[in-house]
Design a protein around this ligand. Structure first.
Ligand SMILES: [Zn+2]
Length: 199
């Protein structure tokens, strides 16, 4: 069985066992998209949004699955709703991805102002947050050790990091990560990078 089939099977089993497992459905949808099966990904991702209508990245992925399946009208509807949700929540990366997809589909993108970081702001120890795009004070210190901790400290505002802590707990529980294992730690770090829009 290929790696991708294994992922699909694992997340199918997980979501059958628990129909409220939001990240399980999201991971199933992503695996089906990766496997070139967008039509089957659509209901899994719609389920994610029924469970959590504030999950910006699920709109982005559902829109791309609908588009890959030839349902451009459905994709435009999903991406337009998702764009507003992502903007309200300050999810910069999915918001920008959805704006790009709407443009490619020839659909209008709502106009949005973005904040700029001035020299004064820099002198006052502020940053332009990689996740929400707001100009905000840095956290008093790096939230954890190592180069990645420093990078987060230089890039992310305190409210966004607090949101990640909640999301990180969900990632550990729903994806059943045992963080003493290197592979699980890598999955956790990858989710954190995506959530905080850090590469
Ligand atoms: Zn932020």
């Amino acid at each position: 069985m290929s790696d991708i089939d294994e992922r699909i099977e694992r997340f199918s089993t997980m979501t059958q066992a628990d129909p409220t497992n939001e990240l399980g459905f999201f991971s199933l949808g992503r695996a089906l998209v990766d496997a070139g099966r967008p039509r089957e990904a659509v209901p899994a991702l719609q389920r994610v949004l029924a469970l959590n209508p504030g999950f910006s990245k699920a709109y982005a992925l559902l829109g791309s699955a609908q588009r890959a399946d030839g349902d451009n009208a459905g994709a435009i509807d999903t991406l337009t709703r998702g764009y507003r949700v992502a903007h309200d929540k300050g999810d910069l990366m999915p918001r920008n991805d959805m704006a790009q997809a709407l443009k490619e589909l020839g659909a209008p993108v709502p106009e949005i102002k973005t904040e700029q970081l001035s020299e004064d702001d820099k002198g006052a120890g502020k940053l332009k947050c990689s996740r929400c795009g707001r100009v905000a004070p840095k956290m008093p210190e790096a939230p954890f050790g190592g180069d990645f901790g420093t990078q987060v400290h230089e890039s992310v505002c305190a409210p966004c990091f607090r949101e990640w802590i909640g999301q990180g707990t969900k990632v550990i529980n729903e994806l059943r990560l045992n963080l003493t294992e290197k592979a699980a730690q890598d999955v956790y770090d990858q989710h954190m990078k995506e959530f905080l829009n850090i590469s």
